[in-house]
Each structure stands twice: as structure tokens, then as C-alpha cells.
Design a protein around this ligand. Sequence first.
Ligand code: FAD
Ligand code: NAI
Length: 470
Amino acid sequence: APSETDFDIIVIGAGPGGYVCALRAAQLGFKVACVEKRETLGGTCLNIGCIPSKALLQSTEDYYGATHDFAQKGIIVEGIKVDLAKMQANKQSVVDANTKGVEFLFKKNGVTWLKGFGKVTAPHTVEVDGKSYKAKHVIVASGSESMPLPGIEIDEKTVVTSTGALELSNVPKRLLVIGGGVIGLELGSVWSRLGAAVTVVEFLDRIVPGMDAEVAKSFQKILSKQGFKFKLGHKVTKVEKTDGGTKVTIERSGQKDGDGGGVEVIETDIVLVCVGRRAVSKGLGLEEVGVAFDERGRVKVDQHYATNVPGLYAIGDVIAGPMLAHKAEDEGVALAELLAGQAGHVNYGAIPSVVYTWPEVAGVGKTEEELKAEGAAYKIGKFPFSANGRARAMGCTDGFVKVLADEKTDKLLGAHIIGPDAGTLIAELVMAIEFGASAEDVARVCHAHPTLSEAVKEAALSADGRALHI
Ligand code: FAD
Ligand code: NAI
């Protein structure tokens, strides 16, 4: 009889990759344990990532709407105030409901939570705080952490990562964001809406690298209208604490530190460092058992998420690919199904990415720049929200839908949206790409009127020069 320390599968890490993998494996009949050192389940995403950031984005969007858009709609409210402590408490209750929900799901599906730090001590063996457990399959889902900037010390009070930026107990007068990526723009939006003057220092000459450039440009314009200041093509060389706050020295990118080109000193109250995230792959015994890593410290896996060590697998932020919760979840499901002898699979060409600012920004498939670089023959369909009845009624006419289709076959290659509810609207185009649809397929589908989704249909029509409302 198996001893109580034996499992079919031990997953290390209970983020979206690990906990979803554990649940799916349990559904498939495996005896599963999941190791998590945090006091709560759900990983980065539920505790200090997706969920708390979206709670604050929602609350501050409501406040911004009430203070900026209500009057236009004939709603007069006076004496609107922010109770930041209450807003933060609400955020925490949203987080708690989600993390407790995962705990409930573990119980419901018979997944054992091994609370503590997990270490792989030998193939098929995981030690949790001194106790050894055996499993046929061990899955590493240890996730990622924010990337430090050399010479800049994080105290999570005045020089913060996303974790500290989600916890501020006062609205800073000035917030300096290092890195014009997803975190900087989402959390920059949160504090900007509450009154902070936000300056974003970005190394490259554009924001959100990787996003379709036309969309990124429009995004920057809209954020600038909301009060964001951008220092593109600049890097931070020094952060010094002063009595009243912090002094940040920046200089133009592309020159050696201290060269003096374009040097500027900016005074600020809070500095948010968000220059990317890196895999958490060290310290959990992987080097010792001979696991291979790539040049960025991520665990190397084959198409079936297997490492070079038999019985050891990895999924989520700790392996290559976009660092997104839904990517980690889908890998978790695919791996559990592969281990059960099924055909688990993730289509990496159809993973949406969404920035939850206002307006939202979403994309799937190829960007126009990628198609150009491939030398692909493509056509563009575009439709602005300013020509969509529902967007006008909502008072959100900023942005557009852009679809990219094969010039000859009309097959959808990519889709990019900036506008109200872009993150929800993109789902239709993700499905279209997943099913190998053409722009015409989308254009021929009946879309309810008046909805924002009509802008998607019109963009698809426009790929063939047939848009009706523009
Ligand atoms: P993680 O969620 O990082 O989970 C790994 C878990 O493993 C952690 O709980 C950690 O404690 C545990 N662990 C690690 N090592 C050990 C060990 N040795 N023993 C025990 N436990 C261990 N993605 C989106 O798709 N949408 C969003 O809106 C979004 N917003 C984000 C906002 C912020 C501020 C941040 C920081 C990230 C955001 N992300 C978002 C990214 C998302 O959080 C990650 O892609 C996702 O959490 C990755 O899941 P994972 O399971 O691979 O790892
Ligand atoms: P990011 O990779 O999105 O952006 C980092 C930015 O910093 C880039 O624009 C980069 O050019 C810039 N940069 C790098 N070094 C710099 C330097 N020295 N000085 C100035 N700029 C510099 O990383 P970010 O924003 O930290 O987010 C990490 C990851 O977390 C994201 O890539 C994403 O995978 C995930 N995430 C996803 C969210 C979502 O799906 N809505 C929300 C938040 C995070």
C-alpha cells in the first residue's frame, strides 16, 4: 500500500499554473498534492498581481468616471471623496474571496495542500520543510518575481515594485514609474486617477514594446490626455532619498552611464520599478538535480513541458512565453491531460494579452510589425469607436479595432483593439483565430445592435473595403 507521503503528482507553486494543473489532474483521477509557501493559495496573480490590481483599477475607474464623465451625462454629484483605506480594504476582500475560493476547490477535488517551501531533492522527490514526499510526476510552477534594477534599492515604501504600489496608504503627489510596460501603465493609471502626477521613464522610444505600434501610439496619446508624462528613450541612473522625497537621475538611453547626455533630475515621492519580471527557478533544488535553464534563467522544457530530468515538468511564468495567468492556466491543463495520456495542447498563436487601463488595450496573434518583418502579404481592416453608436452612448469613443488578414486567403493573422471593453471584445477574435477563420467569417456573423462588438464586425468588413458605417 502506498504510504501517506506518496502522490501521483506533486505540483510546486499554487499560482494560476500550479493550482489549475492540480485541479485538472485531480479531476482526471490522479492523487495530487500542491506545495505553496504563502499563507494563501493563488500565487502572484490572486495575491499581488492580476486580482488586487484589477480591484484598484475598477474602483479608481469608477471614481474617475464620477468626477470627470458624470456631469456630461447630466448627473450632478457633489462632495465626492476617496476613502483610500476603504478602497484598500475592499481590494483585500476581493483577494481573500479569490484565494479562499481556490482553497475550497482544493478541498472539493481532494488536492492536498502541503504548506511550506518545496525543494526537489532527487528525481520524484520533494522535500517540504524537512519532510520528504515521493511522486511519479513533479511539476514546477514556481512563477516569477519582479526584476531588480542594479543600484536601486527597493524598500516597498518609497521605492516600490508592483507589490508596494498596490499597498500605498496615501495618494502620492508625484509618482515616477521606471518602465512603460503593462505594470507601469496599469498601476500608474490607478494613482493618476486618484490625483498623482505620473511620469513614466521608458528606456525605448515607445511604450508597451511587443504591442502593435499603431495601437501603442494611440495608447500613449490617450494616457497623455489623462495627465501621464512620458520620458521615452531615457533610463534611470540614480535614485537618492532626500528629506522631502526622492531624487531620480535620468539620462538618454543609448549612452554610457555618466556620459552626461540629456541628464535630468526629477523629484518625486514614490518610485515604481517595473522593468519586467524574471523566473523563480533558483533555490528549489533544480540545479542540483541537473535541470537545464535557458539564458534568462527559465526552466527549459520540451513541447510536453518535460525538463531534461525524467519525471520533472515545468509550466507558467517559470518557463518561456508570455508571463500571463491564462497562459499558465492553459499549460497546467495541457500538462495534466498529457500525463493522463490525453492530447493536451496550447495554441501559442492565439493567446490574448490585455492591458486593463481606460480605455483597455488588447491584442492577439501577429502585430503589423511582425507581419512586415516576416515579409507577409497582409491587409488591414480598421474601425474607430467614434463611429459606433453604443460607444457614443457610453461616452467612450476613443480608440479603434484593427484586424490583420492574409492578403490572398483572408485568414485572420492578428487583431488589436484599443477602446472600451477591449479585453472582452478580443475574445471573439481569439476564437476566430483559434478556428482558423477569415475576416469575412467574422464579418458575416450577426452582431447584436447596439453593441461595441459591432466595431469588431465593421473592422472585419473593412479588411475587404466594405465597412458600412464609415
Ligand atoms: P505565480 O502566480 O507566480 O505562482 C507561483 C507560486 O509558487 C507563488 O505563490 C509562490 O509563492 C510559489 N512558490 C514558488 N517557489 C516555491 C517553493 N519552492 N515552494 C513553495 N511554493 C513556491 N497576468 C494576466 O494574465 N492578467 C493580469 O491582469 C495580470 N496582472 C498582473 C499584475 C501584476 C501587478 C503582476 C505582478 C502580474 C500580473 N499578471 C497578470 C501576471 C500573472 O500574475 C502571472 O503570469 C501568473 O501569476 C503566473 O502564474 P504561475 O502559476 O506561473 O506563477
Ligand atoms: P514589461 O515587460 O511589460 O515592461 C517593462 C518595460 O520596462 C519595457 O517597456 C522595457 O522597455 C522597460 N525597461 C526595461 N529596462 C528599463 C530601464 N532600465 N529603464 C527604463 N525602462 C526600462 O514588464 P512589467 O510592466 O514589469 O510587467 C511584467 C509582466 O507582468 C508583464 O510583461 C506581463 O507579462 C505581466 N503583467 C500582465 C498584466 C496584464 O496581463 N494585464 C498586468 C501586469 C503584469
